[in-house]
Design a protein around this ligand. Structure first.
Ligand code: PEP
Ligand code: MN
Length: 337
């Protein structure tokens, strides 16, 4: 439920209203705008008698929000959310690029890739230390050792780091070590994990579930935000459809839909979306044209021998050439990269 205030509502009117609402155990998010100010009511608003509250001084109108997501809803927060993460603004004018190998494989590998992607303009180094693989017999990642290597690559290059957390068991180490915690597609609806990271203050990179609807995805972000952690970045990484030529089907339409529904930054992962290294460039351009705030691209120094996702990984040289081309697309959208 949203209460739109009259432009001449006073601080006192607002305070009286807010304390009355809070008596019902409902949280209130106050947004003071230049022209319109609004109160976002979060909780079970069925106990609120709309007609009675419409009589309060300073109230212009009361609207019921249909969507079940509240904290991520643009209606409560009309401006785009922009986070400063280790000095990088995510969700702002600059299209943020995260790049790196699917799996961290060795110190030399990750430092070499980190240096190269930084020189090409990436803002974050992303590498997997814990890999949620379909087969239990496939490479599962270097785990805590991999996390240490990522930290060393950060020290060597100054690039902030992103890595996927798969279990609450390692939450403390992730909070200590990484700049952004990634929650992968397979864990998008691991509600216990979402609740735990919601109690941290680490920015979260929340990938879309394998077959999740946009609403389910936003409700997953709500689990994190309800715990008080409001720095959530959404990442469209393709969904499962009947098409098998590509690994997944990149849902480009999710980008403008999300930009309309939510204030959270929206990024796109063209690598997992297609599973094809040669398709990364085209879909990166398309993502920018559709309004994405950033890209997550898998880059490997030796894709043919990568321990995971080699077929979709581009080389640092290819990444450099793509980054140069993307500048023009960003400009068309009045953005930079
Ligand atoms: C990944 O980012 O390496 C990954 C496993 O992606 P997803 O969770 O989107 O499959
Ligand atoms: Mn991968």
């Amino acid at each position: 439920m949203i209460i739109v205030l009259k432009s001449k509502a006073t601080q006192e009117d607002i305070q009286i209203l807010v304390s009355k609402i809070k008596e019902y155990g409902i949280d209130v998010q106050i947004t003071i705008g230049k022209e319109t100010s609004i109160l976002g009511l979060i909780g079970d608003t069925s106990v609120i008698d709309k007609e009675r509250f419409a009589c309060y001084k300073g109230v212009d109108k009361i609207m019921t929000v249909q969507e079940p997501f509240k904290k991520s809803n643009r209606k409560f927060h009309p401006e785009n959310s922009v986070y400063d993460i280790a000095g990088v603004k995510v969700g702002g004018k600059k299209i943020v690029v995260m790049a790196g190998p699917c799996s961290v494989e060795s110190n030399d590998q990750i430092i070499d890739i980190a240096k190269k992607i930084k020189a090409s303009g990436a803002s974050f180094l992303r590498g997997g230390a814990f890999k949620p693989r379909t087969s239990p017999y496939a490479f599962q990642g270097l785990e805590l050792e991999g996390l240490k290597m990522l930290r060393e690559a950060k020290q060597a290059t100054g690039l902030p780091i992103v890595s996927e957390l798969v279990s609450t068991r390692y939450l403390d180490q992730f909070v200590d070590c990484v700049d952004i915690i990634q929650i992968g597609a397979r864990n998008m609806q691991n509600f216990e994990l979402l609740k735990e990271i919601g109690h941290t203050r680490k920015p979260i990179f929340l990938k879309r579930g394998l077959s999740s609807t946009i609403e389910e995805w936003l409700m997953a972000s709500e689990y994190i935000m309800a715990g008080g952690n409001e720095k959530v970045i959404l990442c469209e990484r393709g969904i499962r459809t009947y098409e098998t030529y590509t690994r997944n089907t990149l849902d480009l339409s999710a980008i403008p839909v999300l930009k309309r529904l939510t204030h959270l930054p929206v990024m796109v992962d063209p690598s997992h979306a297609t599973g094809l290294s040669w398709a990364v460039e085209a879909l990166s351009k398309a993502a920018i044209a559709a309004g994405a705030d950033g890209l997550m691209i898998e880059v490997h120094n030796d894709p043919a021998n990568a321990k995971s996702d080699g077929a979709q990984s581009i080389t640092p040289e290819n990444f450099d050439s793509i980054m140069k081309k993307l500048g023009k697309y960003a400009e068309l959208e009045e953005r930079e990269i």
